[in-house]
Design a protein around this ligand. Sequence first.
Ligand SMILES: [Fe+2]
Ligand SMILES: [Fe+2]
Length: 204
Amino acid sequence: MTLINNLPKNSIEGLPLLVATPDSWAEAAIEDIGELLADHAHCEMKAAATGFRLLGSYPDRDDLVEAMASLVREEMRHFERVRELLLERGLKLGKPRPDRYVKRLLSESHRGSNPGLQLIEKLIVCAFVEARSCERFRVLARAKLPESLAQFYAELALAEDRHHETFLDLARLYSEDDIEERIARVSKIEADIIQSLPPLSAIH
Ligand SMILES: [Fe+2]
Ligand SMILES: [Fe+2]
């Protein structure tokens, strides 16, 4: 049985996202598979690097350390697999392109300078980046890609299915206040960004 059948029909099902990726994105994304894979490899590397930075910044928060140590390993394995797909095609990784999506999400969701909230804000943004990446892998699994690549994206979408929860659980654990309103606010900002970005051969 193909893994694609295990994916939800609705790409945002089970994710904290308000809007599904526009159809125009998948068409643009697969126009240059080399560009898409290179950008994707960098996304996996950045996910690992973010986890690593959080580990280094909050070494006395045990739940965070455990979750990030495991996440960093997993994201690096994804990075290696995407890089292999590039090499198989005779392509190189190259330098990363600026990630307009993550940049905007970070700046537009940031509120004030309360240091106690910095970790919570970071964790919520990470949760949305993870959720959107997972959704895009679901979309790619159903896009007009070579069968082996579509299967790869289905496998990755299933592996990334719970990553957003890891970050939201940590945010709830470390916040003294109720953060549901804050999460809802970021979900609206995220939806606006995703609807306004021009589609590219890139994950975001
Ligand atoms: Fe990943
Ligand atoms: Fe992830």
